[in-house]
Design a protein around this ligand. Structure first.
Ligand code: GLN
Length: 476
């Protein structure tokens, strides 16, 4: 009997592995089989590892020894900006095409200790800049629900892998929506944890004050189990939070959910997305939760603030890719020319655009007008959330203003692409956790395109996010 990958969860797989219904090797083979079937259409992976079966054999040993955890033998996909020792890691960029990681990211080390099975590294927008996976130097990933459409991004490969059952769960990174938006476009669950909840050691930096590693799963429970395995204070990342459990108890069945109505009326949002969102609120009410109108008056500045701060941090973080220490090198007449030629050949358009923009907003004379101003407004946005979370447990919005768009539709219009991030970027600016869960579909022609709802909670309150998500999805 083939394993039913479509309905498989971590807990179900774990139970079967422990009972001996199948082995970790059987499970890994099943996923490799599925990858063989669908990957030529989807292109979720940049590389499927050659040692998957060997890893699964090790997992089977751990299972036999009785020391297995929930994650032992669980097949997982990893975004290509997270380092796995000895493996190529490119961030989907040409400039790192031959770069091999010399150490494990903390999240990888933690998962190795649990005996997970790494299936491969997934496609993404180059250095996580983008929202469609079209900025990959290795070609776009396709949306499993409609191969003509994008899976979202930048963690589009990870989302598409889980949605097409090419992995049970996956890791991504989220700087302004890169986990939640592809989760929404691919009809799965995607968590962006609190800033500092998960170590960024061994993750290629994009916008260091916003980046977080997070998790994808078909269920909120899967996303939670994986999050619990990777979270925690890390001496290698001084921005990680201390390990302490939140003490406040809350009634899972009666949460106060704030809805920033004014922010939802900004225009440019698909009518079907709005309709679906309102239906979701009705559903939450029926489940016993209270819906409250709230104001987040400064959220309207989020995109402007984000697209100043991110390029600024990008321009600084990307300076290390100079063709001398890492990756691709093109030789010129002298050192400076080497640098120009290597970056010219090695980096894509969106990355260059942000480096130029970032260098501009950080240059003397403009620094105060742009970068400093953006940071001041960022504080005001944070304050909006602080005030709101005095009255509510959760804030709900759609995850994205539209369903998955067509490949090529927005590539030549960066501003249109940036507008897709309207609901996700404020959460990163404030450093609070957010999750996207599937809330329905929009029918276009023959295709059912997924829609997601985003729940946001106060710092460190992922527990509330999982509670509301499970209730909403009808998970136990
Ligand atoms: N789409 C956003 C951007 O292009 C978010 C990217 C991300 O979260 N890594 O910046």
């Amino acid at each position: 009997m083939p394993i039913d990958l479509k309905n498989l969860t971590i807990r179900k797989a774990h139970e079967a592995l422990v009972k001996g219904d199948y082995s970790a090797v059987d499970l890994a083979k099943e996923y490799l089989e599925q990858i063989k079937k669908t990957e030529k259409d989807i292109h979720a992976y940049l590389e499927v590892f050659d040692d998957v079966i060997d890893q699964a054999k090790v997992a089977d040993q751990i299972l036999k020894s009785g020391k297995a955890t929930l994650l032992t033998g669980i097949p997982i996909a990893v975004k290509d900006n997270i380092l796995i020792k000895g493996r190529v890691a490119t961030s989907a960029s040409k400039i790192l095409e031959n770069y091999k990681a010399t150490y494990d990211a903390t999240v990888i080390e933690k998962l190795k200790n649990e005996g997970v099975v790494f299936l491969g590294r997934t496609n993404m927008d180059e250095f996580a800049m983008g929202g469609s996976t079209e900025n990959s130097a290795y070609g776009p990933t396709k949306n499993p629900f409609d191969l003509e459409r994008v899976p979202g991004g930048s963690s589009g490969g990870s989302a598409a892998a889980v949605a097409s059952n090419e992995a049970l769960v996956a890791l991504g990174s989220d700087t302004g929506g890169s986990i939640r938006q592809p989760a929404s476009f691919c009809g799965i669950v995607g968590l962006k944890p609190t800033y500092g909840a998960v170590s960024r050691y061994g993750v290629m930096a994009m916008g260091s004050s916003l980046d977080q590693i997070g998790t994808f799963g078909k269920t909120a429970d899967d996303a939670e189990i994986l999050f619990n395995a990777i979270r925690g204070n890390d001496k290698m990342d001084s921005t990680t939070l201390p390990d302490k459990k939140s003490e406040e108890n809350f009634s899972v069945k009666k949460l106060k959910i704030g809805v920033p109505r004014d922010f939802l009326n900004i225009g440019g949002i698909d009518a079907d997305v709005v309709k679906n969102f309102n239906e979701s609120l009705e559903k939450l009410k029926k489940l016993g939760h209270e819906i409250i109108d709230i104001k987040l008056p400064n959220l309207k500045y989020s995109l402007a603030v984000y697209y100043v701060i991110v390029p600024a941090e990008v321009s600084s973080n990307m300076a290390r890719f100079d063709g001398m220490r890492y990756g691709k090198r093109v030789s010129g007449a002298n050192g400076i020319e080497d640098y120009f030629l290597s970056r010219q050949a090695g980096l894509g358009r969106e990355v260059k655009r942000r480096i130029i923009l970032g260098t501009y907003v950080l240059s003397s004379g403009y620094y105060d007008a742009y970068y400093n101003k953006a940071n001041i407004v960022r504080e005001i946005i944070k304050e909006d959330y602080k005030v709101a979370f005095k009255d509510v447990d959760i804030i709900a919005t759609p995850t994205a203003p539209n369903v998955a768009f067509k490949i090529g539709e927005k590539v030549d219009d960066p501003l249109q692409m940036y507008l897709e991030d309207i609901f996700t970027v404020p959460i990163n600016l404030a450093g609070v956790p957010g999750i996207s869960v599937p809330s329905g579909v929009k029918k276009i022609g023959e295709k059912d395109l997924p829609i997601g709802i985003q729940f946001v909670a106060d710092h460190g309150r992922e527990d509330k996010l999982f509670a509301i998500s499970k209730d909403f999805l009808g998970e136990k």
